[in-house]
Design a protein around this ligand. Sequence first.
Ligand code: ADP
Length: 337
Amino acid sequence: MKKALFKFWDRFPYPLVLSKYSSKLNRHKIESFNKAFLEVFKFPEGIPLKKSLEEIFGDYFKELGMYSLSYREKTYYLVNLPYSLRQTLHVFIEERAWLRFPHWFHTERLASLGKLAGEISHELNNPLGGILLYSNMLKEELGPSHPLQGIIDKIIALTTRCKIISKALLDFGKPERGKKEWINLNDVIMTIYNLVADYQIFKNVNFIFNLDPKLPLFYANPTQMEQVILNIYTNATEAMKGLGEIRTETKVRDDRIIIRIADSGPGIPPEILPFIFDPFFTTKQTGKGTGLGLSICHSIIKRHGGIIKVENLSKGGAAFEIILPLATREALREDVF
Ligand code: ADP
């Protein structure tokens, strides 16, 4: 049975290995593997059946779930799946290849990356705060005409930039739980429009609204929904280099609330389309984008029971569609009582 299974898995393009946990050794011993495993992890000493996975790769195999591990300067996503009571199947997918992989692990990956991001941000915040404090003290001490003022200003500006990135990481890792209330999504959209309309980069953007006046209320955290709209508007405007049109439409379709935001920019190159919701994916210049915007949008919308999609329009431009569930009677009852 196992043999037959592995014959099939031999054609699986990514390395996979079956291990059996030995409680005596507290280690996962390799039981079997597929061709890709040997091809990718070339073992000079031959087939490493006697070794444990921990000895070869480190301690990533202890728990079920998903990890990223480094091996010979490459990063792999490692998925540990239960196979039988004592056996575990470990699938290794190289970082870039992962992005072409079907989306069945996407959420888990986001969750584990989110946790990591939160931890990194936490570690960075205090030292960054210290650098800012001390450079401001130094700036004052030296006085306005000191020749080093320019350099100190640069330190302050760059540290502030790091703090912004760190804050974005924190939001991504631990998105504010936030209180939910019944809100009108048309109002959310108009709040953000009024906020951005005065900014230079939005000055030459023609905003067109087609909002359903009978849009039902939606039970959501208003700040988070605003963050989603702001991020989509900002991305669209940056893609259009500040000149073009953004059409926002709201409607109800098949028991769902739809928000559609289409821009007249260049659209999203098809080769990057599968990656744009991935954390840290950005095409913007270093220092301009964090690559976290859309992945934060994705997790906010998911937390509200919805989905967010994107497509390129035949006439050019990109269109983001947010699909949210209409309030159920249960939710309504819960809220009323
Ligand atoms: P960031 O804005 O920091 O780059 P995002 O996650 O918000 O991170 O966006 C990821 C990438 O998706 C952008 O760098 C850009 O390449 C692409 N993108 C997002 N929205 C649009 C759009 N409306 N038109 C073209 N490209 C877009």
